[in-house]
Write a protein that binds this ligand. Sequence first.
Ligand code: FES
Length: 679
Amino acid sequence: MPGNRDDALVVFTPSGKRGRFPVGTPLLKCARNLGVDIDSVCGGRGLCGRCQVTIGEGEFAKHALESRKDHVSDWSAVETRYQAKKGMKQGRRLSCQARLMADAVIDVPAESQVHKQVVRKRAEVRNIELDPAIRLHYVEVQQPDMHNPTGDLERLLKALETQWGLSDLTADLRVLQGLQQALRASDWKVTAAVHRGQVLTTIWPGFRDKAYGLAIDIGSTTIAAHLCDLATGEVLASNGIMNPQIRFGEDLMSRVSYIMMNPGGDGEMTQAVREGINRLVQEICSEVGLTPQDVLNATFVGNPIMHHLLLGIDPTELGGAPFALTFNSGITLWAEQLGIDLAPDARVYVLPCIAGHVGADTAGVILSEQPHLRDETTLVVDVGTNAEIVLGNRQRLLACSSPTGPAFEGAQISGGQRAAPGAIERVRIDPETLAPRFKVIGCDHWSNEPGFTEEVRKIGVTGICGSGIIEALAEMYLAGIILPDGTVNGRKAAVSTRVFMEGRTFSYLLHEPANPEEPRIVITQNDIRAIQLAKAALFAGIRLLMERLGVERVDRIQLAGAFGSHIDVKYAMILGMIPDCDLDKVSSAGNAAGTGARIALLNQKARDEIERVVKQVEKVETAVEPSFQAHFVEAMAIPHKSLGYPCLSQVVDLPAPQTLAPLPSSDGEPPRRRRRRAS
Ligand code: FES
């Protein structure tokens, strides 16, 4: 071992932090002194294995030192015990045990860092910095002494302060109720769960290094949950159930009506959603061999009505103008207060609502998509029965909700249905013959491919879902079957019998089943009108926000929610649901509200961040905006009455008005179509 100095230089990577320490100092202590990010639950007792490091080997010109494995102390008995019990990767050492003996470069692998990054799948989004609200701390507490009469809690708090630097902690009665048994059951060695560095929430006898949390998105139709390991950020299981409140009404307004007409109806719905959540928690925990009592923390998002009902607040005021929220900050509670069965002292955090129509789910979407951290102007749209719209950048952020109705979800459409096996989800129409081909959920083949008939026989073609109807209409528009004002072009009846007259309007036959038991799938004029109304409401809301922000175009569009995940963004643009934008900058954000809940679960500062951002969001109430109606009327046209789509036109040949409805030529041949089709 080189050198005989009393101190040695240590450089930690990747942080580059360096300093000199007396020979024999544990590496973890050096790291703590230098502010290097290394995790620990056991406080340096060789129990948790969170503090693992690798010793650099070789000449490090950049740091002007030579590092060797023997520049730290020999493998200790504690490390040998840990290795035998839990195993360590080759070359790893426990930094709480290995002591600095000479100059060394010490690498802290990502999994040993406290604030490690949780990688998100989409490339354009920021990874989550792991900083959960619940942290575990192992402590050894002094035993009581007749000569120094102090309470067990006092000595526990003292131990947490001296061993972990945690001061001014408070404890709930439930912690006190189990404290004496826990301390005595484990020879005064316990693990404490501390919430946000302030509140003792659980005490376990002995050492414990696993904590779990749940991120829950309460939608009006479904409730989705992600079970996460709070130490790694890993999603251990995801699951969902139908929201049991559906029995009180399919959509939000019918649930509010139920409450208005049935005294105590809000209580029934609160109970229903809480029971549903408890069932879901039970299921998701048992999937990975855990119980709800292992869950120490949970976060919730939901629209304002779901938010109020979860909290046991009557949402009647949200059913009519001026749509007043009871409160619009986030709230931290004991799970027990919500009747949610988690660990007895589990804490839950419910994200803040933004406005009467823009809820904690949108707050989650903002946390996930971060428009407030970008220079570019971002439009985030979450389409459901209402569309929540967020527009802005790091300077300003605006939000509104637009009443799109359920047409995008397949309701109000003659052959419409929810996205489920048997539903048509993709549609293409030959612009010359007007013959369609389509894909059905649950089948791999297109309808014109060999194998489709065999495949679809088991499930049948049962209807058309939201993404299917959007594609059908956009393809009909590209093929000239629909005119820009939304009417079905009756002249196309001369080209194909698929365009036919029904009453006083024309319809398009999308699917004629071989089996007479199955429904014919026809796109009627009424279907087109329903989608036009929905898309005009959506676009008018977007336009209103663009007007308020003073922008004529947006730089980036994120489509959130189940609908946004399934829809082909190009078709949404062809129909004029969203404004023109470089298609490379338009993408699906998936379940962004749920992701926002997960971010708030894994990073406590994200909770402060969203509370701050929500206060700054400018809320726009579409119902009272005079220009909304004018925008709505203009947006009824496909794609829009007065706005061009230059970016979209570069990839799709949009029909020019004069070429839309040529008469069949005198010899009866269908008109030739020169335009490129969207692929
Ligand atoms: Fe727990 Fe080193 S700090 S094993």
